[in-house]
Design a protein around this ligand. Structure first.
Ligand SMILES: Nc1ncnc2c1ncn2[C@@H]1O[C@H](COP(=O)(O)OP(=O)(O)O)[C@@H](O)[C@H]1O
Ligand SMILES: [Mg+2]
Length: 250
């Protein structure tokens, strides 16, 4: 699915990622953890193709195809989803209408016609039922007065509707309350399948009490310094990140 080789990236001439190697296969959930400033959000942004970042070395492949030269939009159309892409408020545009537009844009890019209204409605109904999202929420304006939990609900709904091959959830928000955590975890658990993959980025182990990752990677100073199974997250929770830093510098 995703293969990252020796990835080096910088912003404003400051090196941030310093040789990332990561392989994510279909059906897998990977967690990326690490202290603040270690480069987690940068990694997410670089995979998604955000233009502020410069890739200086290495490559990113999606299903065997080199995607380094593709713009963010093209990567999205190929099935890469990065959460929190639309944090702006859009008064007068409902959660549903926003999604309809996004889906039809993506179809257009693939040379397909708009999704028939009937199919769209069915998809909206199925996905909102799966995620236990009520109708009232679907008719609200995008992000207008959304609580932390509602923002997450909107993101997870977007993810469900777009059916990405690779979803990257960057849980930057240190103020994630238990409701928001539950929404994200439920969404990931319900949407994961043998054909897609999820990368969950989180500073805290808490989220991983609800999402059980297949692999956990620790990012430190722009490198993956440790990888393991789900037990690594518990070890980090117990010992903190200093333990990793000491091990790296030893
Ligand atoms: N737009 C930017 N301009 C300058 N430095 C940045 C920018 N974005 C991130 N950085 C720096 O890159 C490093 C990694 O940041 P980030 O990827 O956000 O880490 P994390 O998500 O792990 O907390 C930090 O030192 C941060 O200050
Ligand atoms: Mg971050």
């Amino acid at each position: 699915m995703l293969k990252i080789n020796n990835l080096h990236a910088s912003i404003e001439d400051k090196a941030i990622l310093k040789g990332i190697n990561l392989e994510v296969k279909a059906g897998e959930v990977h967690a990326i953890m690490g202290p603040n400033g270690s480069g987690k959000s940068t990694l997410a942004a670089v995979i998604a193709g955000k233009e502020e970042y410069e890739v200086n070395e290495g490559s990113i492949e999606l299903e065997g195809e080199d995607i380094d030269e593709l713009a963010a939009e093209e990567r999205a159309h190929k099935g890469i989803f990065l959460s929190f892409q639309y944090p702006v408020e859009i008064p007068g545009v409902s959660v549903t209408n926003f999604m309809k537009t996004a889906i039809n844009e993506s179809r257009k890019a693939k040379g397909l016609e708009d999704m028939p209204a009937k199919d769209m409605l069915k998809m909206i109904r199925d996905k909102s039922e799966l995620l236990e999202i009520d109708r009232k929420f679907l008719s609200r304006s995008i992000n207008e007065g959304f609580s932390g939990g509602e923002k997450k609900r909107n993101e997870i709904f977007q993810m469900a509707m777009l059916e990405p091959k690779l979803a990257i959830l960057d849980e930057t928000d240190s103020g994630l309350d238990i409701d928001a955590l539950r929404i994200v975890a439920n969404g990931v658990n319900k949407l994961k399948s043998k054909d897609n993959a999820v990368i969950v980025i989180t500073h805290y182990q808490r989220l991983l009490d609800h999402i059980v990752p297949d692999f956990v990677h620790v990012l430190h100073n722009g490198k993956i310094v440790k990888s393991g199974g789900k037990e690594l997250a518990h070890e980090l929770e117990a010992k903190g990140y200093d333990w990793i830093k000491e091990e790296v510098s030893a």
